[in-house]
Design a protein around this ligand. Structure first.
Ligand SMILES: Cc1cc2nc3c(=O)[nH]c(=O)nc-3n(C[C@H](O)[C@H](O)[C@H](O)COP(=O)(O)OP(=O)(O)OC[C@H]3O[C@@H](n4cnc5c(N)ncnc54)[C@H](O)[C@@H]3O)c2cc1C
Length: 381
């Protein structure tokens, strides 16, 4: 079916991003996988062609356009080449609303130009060793002392954990107040007492820096509180999570489509028993099923993007998109790997890398189980 999400300006931007990826990312990504990190220079180069900060107001160096379809273009081009080391979608899709919508004029002037140029890389630190799905169980605290907060605690699994310059840290400013006692503080690179742990050794996404962060009596100025009011952090997170989940769904579909297309080509050229493996009914049925499911999911996700742009994407809509598409992505890639036979287990074939890289998709941003909880709660039982 015809896809009608993009207009001409998105397609033009798609060409620019594709050309950038071919030139600046494809030749280097294998090395970054070995290094365990993407160099900061590629962020700056991406900033130069306008990849960051579409929603950043023009006076702060952005394009001043709030249209998530541009974010979709970028994510799709990243996934098309399997460049899972680039933490661009975390910066653009997840963090932009915090930095654009929850900042005062002074904060905007300090952070947005660097956000848009790729010179200030962002991260969000919610998860702790003892609390992931159960966000209210976090133990990091920020105690007010005059015009500072004194921050103490530990975070883990933080995307862009090593490269980040600005980390939105979720902390309890009033440990007795439950959801009303959580605030979001921006911790900046170099603040005394802010330490980074290991670049974690993951089963996939080897070029992505995922790290532990430590806060030991970090004095964070009150001027770095997001949203201007203490105790709003939990609600600010809840408001932004649908966009994060949609972003993951966009990644999932783009990845599934890419691997499916690669597998159809493989099945055309690989022969067994004197015929192409695509001529076996089983192969055609498997591919037919996957193609059907991916296309149907694609249209739901595109519809979610339109709803997000209109300010109508609900937490339940986004939860459906997130769990369904990421489970589908894992299924598609697993079935495609099977169709590759032994070659599918070899890292020379993109399907192998996609298989290990995609496994986390049903976990971060809220697990499949938590997504089903959100949907289930909407029935009001
Ligand atoms: C590569 C990677 C990148 C990440 N990036 C970030 C980041 O940038 N920032 C950040 O803050 N976090 C990040 N995370 C953390 C991620 O969001 C959490 O791992 C995730 O939310 C799950 O939390 P957990 O690991 O503590 O698992 P747990 O919450 O301990 O869950 C364990 C299992 O129990 C299930 N479970 C838990 N509660 C329920 C329930 N109520 N009902 C049914 N089942 C339940 C879960 O679904 C899961 O299967 C990242 C994680 C990874 C692996």
């Amino acid at each position: 079916m015809r896809r009608d999400l993009f207009e001409e300006e998105h397609l033009l931007f798609q060409e620019t991003v594709r050309e950038f990826m071919t030139r600046e990312v494809v030749p280097h990504h294998d090395r970054w996988e070995k290094d365990g990190i993407v160099p900061r220079e590629v962020w700056k180069k991406a900033g130069e062609i306008g990849v960051f900060g579409f929603g950043v107001p023009e006076e702060h160096g952005g394009a001043g356009i709030k249209d998530f379809r541009y974010n979709v273009v970028i994510t799709e081009e990243v996934m098309r080449i399997g460049a899972t080391g680039l933490g661009f979608s975390l910066h653009n899709d997840v963090m932009a609303p915090y930095f654009v919508d929850l900042t005062d004029e002074d904060q905007k002037a300090r952070w947005l130009p660097g956000f848009a140029s790729g010179e200030l890389i962002t991260a969000v630190a919610m998860t702790e060793p003892g609390a992931g799905s159960d966000l209210q169980g976090i133990r990091t605290t920020a105690r007010r002392e005059g015009d500072h907060y004194v921050l103490n605690g530990q975070k883990t699994f933080i995307t862009n954990g090593i490269n980040s310059d600005l980390v939105v840290v979720v902390a309890k400013t009033d440990p007795e107040a439950g959801a009303r006692g959580v605030s979001l503080l921006v911790v900046e690179r170099g603040m005394e007492g802010f330490g980074r742990g290991r670049n974690l050794d993951k089963i996939g996404m080897h070029a992505q820096d995922t790290a532990e962060l430590f806060f030991d009596d970090v004095r964070v100025p009150v001027a770095n509180l997001l949203g201007g009011q203490e105790g709003q952090g939990f609600f600010q997170l809840m408001a932004n999570l649908p966009q994060e989940r949609l972003s993951i769904a966009v990644m999932a579909i783009a990845s599934a489509e890419t691997v499916l297309a690669q597998t159809i080509e493989y099945c055309r050229s690989r022969t067994a028993f004197g015929r192409s493996i695509g001529s076996f009914q089983n192969t055609r049925f498997v591919l037919a099923e996957l193609d059907t499911e991916v296309e149907i999911a694609r249209h739901y996700v595109d519809r979610c993007v339109v709803a997000l742009n209109a300010g109508e994407l609900s937490a339940v809509d986004a939860a459906k998109a997130k769990w369904w598409t990421t489970e589908l992505q894992n299924k598609v890639i697993d079935r495609c790997l099977q169709l590759h036979g032994g070659y599918g287990y070899m890292m020379d074939y993109p399907v192998a890398k996609a298989w290990i890289d995609s496994r986390v998709q049903t976990i971060y941003g809220g697990t499949t189980e938590i997504m089903k909880e959100i949907i289930g709660r909407s029935f009001g039982f």
